[in-house]
Design a protein around this ligand. Structure first.
Ligand SMILES: Cc1cc2nc3c(=O)[nH]c(=O)nc-3n(C[C@H](O)[C@H](O)[C@H](O)COP(=O)(O)OP(=O)(O)OC[C@H]3O[C@@H](n4cnc5c(N)ncnc54)[C@H](O)[C@@H]3O)c2cc1C
Ligand code: FES
Length: 253
């Protein structure tokens, strides 16, 4: 992990409230794996804390992040022009290690799709991905060309305005019996991960499942304990350092 200065190469809207930012790092980073994240300055010195974002794509010293405008920091980022310089700490956290799997189900919702896309990009030459992706509505749909690197792709929206109507967990559970998956990877809003955990349990699905969690963060590197989540045995884990990816049975959702 290292702190880099980066030049913004591109920062454009790709869907309603969603931006894609391409950054050139001043220096060659260590390998960045799908599921890892960065802690990015907002360019506004009055906002002390950096913001965590999953890496969507990493090639050489170029990284691509996609973000939804949520509050002050992401609003500020969305107005950042090409040529601006930001500080970025990377790579952070663990990653989706799919070395020993062949058929992997991907369950993604909302901004959770971005780190999943990096995992699909990393392994699509040797892993068959069966992706179930949910968006709020057709205006939120983005990056289908990346998701289509999956062997099969099912897109659903909450209101049925694009693809099927429903959510990604329902879409997966309906097809779970047909896919001989040896792992499931998931990232999305807490309500989606909670539903996934309960559906897996109620359908007796034993496939190993790995979820990427989102918690408010401070340092992003294990020191401040802002990001602590509860583990299934009643203990604590730091999402930034022990995660963000955990076996689903090991965390309370
Ligand atoms: C590991 C990880 C990866 C993420 N990847 C992405 C991604 O690829 N794309 C994307 O759009 N969003 C992602 N998020 C969520 C993103 O970090 C927040 O939406 C963002 O920090 C909001 O900042 P803000 O200043 O606009 O919002 P505000 O609500 O004004 O933020 C105030 C503070 O709360 C923190 N905060 C607010 N919401 C979150 C949140 N959901 N998670 C963590 N910290 C939060 C901010 O960092 C900031 O310190 C990720 C979060 C984590 C933990
Ligand atoms: S954000 Fe500081 S310990 Fe995780």
């Amino acid at each position: 992990m290292k702190d880099y200065t980066a030049t913004v190469r591109q920062n454009e809207k790709i869907a309603e409230n969603i931006f894609m930012m391409k950054l050139s790092l001043h220096g060659e980073p260590e390998k960045i794996h799908g599921g890892q994240f960065v802690n990015l300055s907002t360019g506004d010195n009055s906002l002390l804390l950096r913001r965590p974002f999953g890496v969507c794509k990493a090639e050489g010293n170029e990284i691509t992040l996609c973000y939804q405008i949520k509050g002050e920091g992401t609003l500020k980022l969305s107005a950042t022009p090409a040529g601006a310089q930001l500080k970025v700490l990377l790579p952070l956290g663990n990653w989706f290690d799919l070395e020993s799997y062949k058929n992997v189900v991907v369950v993604g919702g909302g901004v959770g799709i971005f780190p999943l896309i990096a995992a699909i990009r990393e392994y699509c030459d040797r892993v068959n991905f069966h992706s179930f992706i949910g968006f709020r509505n057709k205006n939120a749909v983005c990056l289908l060309d990346e998701l289509e690197k999956s062997k099969t792709l099912t897109v659903v929206t909450d209101d049925g305005s694009f693809g099927g109507k429903g959510n990604a967990v329902q879409a997966y559970i309906q097809r779970a019996g047909e896919i001989e998956a040896d792992a499931v990877i998931a990232c999305g809003p807490p309500v989606m991960l909670k539903a996934l955990k309960s559906e897996i349990a109620s359908h007796g699905i034993k496939t190993p499942c790995f979820v990427s969690l989102e918690e408010r963060m401070g340092c992003g590197m294990g020191a401040c304990l802002v990001c602590v989540c509860k583990t299934a045995d009643g203990g604590n884990a730091r999402v930034c350092r022990d995660g963000p990816i955990f076996p689903i049975e090991e965390v309370q959702l």
